[in-house]
Design a protein. Structure first.
Ligand SMILES: *Cc1c(COP(=O)(O)O)cnc(C)c1O
Length: 467
């Protein structure tokens, strides 16, 4: 191995791949190791903890069971799912040598790259598992929502592989302004519908008010759920927030930990962007296992947009996961289910709530820290990353890059040779309008005022006897 030049300067490789044989055989369910589990998910009608039977009209049975599984630490990855994973996994752990040099930091920065598949993000890891269990159950099709389109694209790939129909309710502004992902989904055979639509009660109600026409993720979720529960042989799938999604995404952390072990490395800091919490939950899971067992473990940092600050400024309370209030209630950090990030917010991560598992870990101090960052600072980091490491990152992922850079610069001041691991969740190829705003200097930052947040908090339900 070359010891000259930038890459390989300390005799460690630039990219570390596991072999296909080393692909994990089991997902890790961090929930089974938590002493204090998250508060039970409540049925929106009865306010009683949901059962598998309650969830069966919405989710396929195996996934409903995973949702409530607080006991099995490891869950076998079905062979057919591993076969599909082989198309694009194991994904590499990359040493950011070129970024380190540009920063002049003594820190060693690693990133786990999940953008190397056509859907362009980590979401495919869960889409495959969810489509597999639906097929196993003999279902005909699935419904889901998508904002910018990463999750819809991932589901389209998974459904065509397993031979399932797919209806994707796509937030109308994205449907109209970001047509390319829609075309990719259609190419994989998915049926893409602009939301709000006139196909559902929720959609028709939203369309009565012209102000709602652009749609929101919350409305698209309500529509997709309504169609799933009212169509024979259909169920609904969601790409983040849920416990089952965190279980599937643990593959990111399991691979990363194993790859770093090969290098003799263990991270001092683990950083992930947090929208609904699935990539960070997955990346940190096997390291959190160390923490929960009382072993030395990294410092965990969740990074969110200052314009949608659920962990840093939200309330830890029961709330609905959707605008239409058809989904169960979860106790989580939330900005209120009617919260809408400002329209100048370009960087994704716009969900009002946060995974109940991550919320509980944060509340109990196991997820050490949450940081909110402004979007111009995020794109500044994305630009430096693109120019040094060569990969154009998704804006969501760039939140993690921002904080990785900040931590590496802190090491430069203190001289500490910390090992930093962050999740590079996706590629930025479909986010070029946001890059253009940044490049042309027209991107602005917006931080909601306390009054703005109060309007969202006012929509958190008050549940007599519960909260
Ligand atoms: C969806 C998405 C995220 C955020 O979702 P999490 O569930 O918080 O991981 C982050 N990065 C990319 C590229 C995404 O598509």
């Amino acid at each position: 191995m070359s010891t000259t030049g930038i890459a390989g300067k300390d005799n460690l490789p630039y990219k570390t791949y596991l072999s296909e044989d080393e692909l994990p055989t089991h997902y890790y369910n961090v929930r089974a190791d938590m002493q204090v589990g998250h508060a039970p998910i409540l049925h929106p009608g009865t306010l009683q903890p949901v059962t598998v039977a309650d969830m069966e009209p919405i989710f396929c049975t195996a996934l409903a069971e995973q949702e409530l599984n607080a006991t099995d630490r490891f869950i076998e990855i079905p062979g057919a799912v591993r076969d599909f994973y082989r198309m694009y996994r194991p994904s590499p752990v990359i040493r950011a040598y070129y970024l380190e040099k540009a920063l002049g930091t003594p820190a060693r920065i690693y990133y786990k790259y999940e953008g190397g598949n056509t859907s362009g993000s980590h979401k495919l890891n869960s889409a495959i598992a969810q489509a597999y269990y639906a097929k196993e159950q003999g279902l005909k099709g699935l419904t889901t929502e998508t904002g910018a389109g990463q999750w819809g694209t991932a589901m389209a790939m998974a459904c065509v592989y397993f031979g399932l129909d797919l209806d994707v309710y796509m937030v109308r502004v994205s449907y109209e302004q970001k047509p390319y992902r829609k075309i990719v989904m259609q190419t994989y055979g998915a049926n893409v519908i602009a939301s709000p639509s006139d196909r559902t009660n929720v959609g028709r109600k939203m369309l009565e008010n012209a102000a709602n026409k652009g749609g929101s993720l919350g409305t698209a979720i309500s529509e997709a759920v309504e169609v799933a529960v009212s169509t024979e042989g259909y169920r609904y799938v969601l790409g983040s927030v849920l416990n089952q999604v965190l279980i599937h995404q643990s593959i990111i952390g399991l691979e990363a930990k194993k790859a770093l072990e090969k290098l003799g490395e263990y991270p001092d800091i683990v950083i992930g962007c947090a929208g609904g919490g699935s990539n960070l939950g997955g990346l940190m899971a096997p390291f959190m296992e160390d923490r929960l067992a009382g072993r030395p473990a990294p410092h965990f940092i969740a990074v969110e947009p200052a314009s949608c600050p659920s962990l840093t400024r939200g309330r830890f309370a029961y709330d609905f996961c959707d605008t239409g209030q058809v989904t169960p209630l979860a106790k989580m950090y939330t900005l209120g289910h009617a919260f809408m990030p400002s329209s100048n917010h370009a960087g994704g991560l716009r969900f009002h709530g946060m995974s109940p598992i991550l919320s509980q870990l944060y509340h109990d101090g196991f997820l050490d820290e949450a940081r909110a960052v402004e979007q111009t600072a995020v794109f500044e980091a994305a630009e430096l990353f693109t120019r040094t490491e060569g990969t154009l990152p998704a804006p969501e992922s760039s939140h993690a890059i921002r904080v990785a850079i900040d931590e590496a610069l802190r090491c430069k001041e203190t001289g500490e040779e910390k090992v930093i691991l962050f999740g590079l969740t996706g590629s930025g190829y479909f986010d070029l309008a946001a890059y253009e705003q940044y490049n042309s200097g027209t991107m602005t930052d917006y931080i909601p005022t306390d009054e703005d947040l109060e309007r969202g908090f006012a929509t958190i339900p008050s549940l007599p006897g519960i909260q």
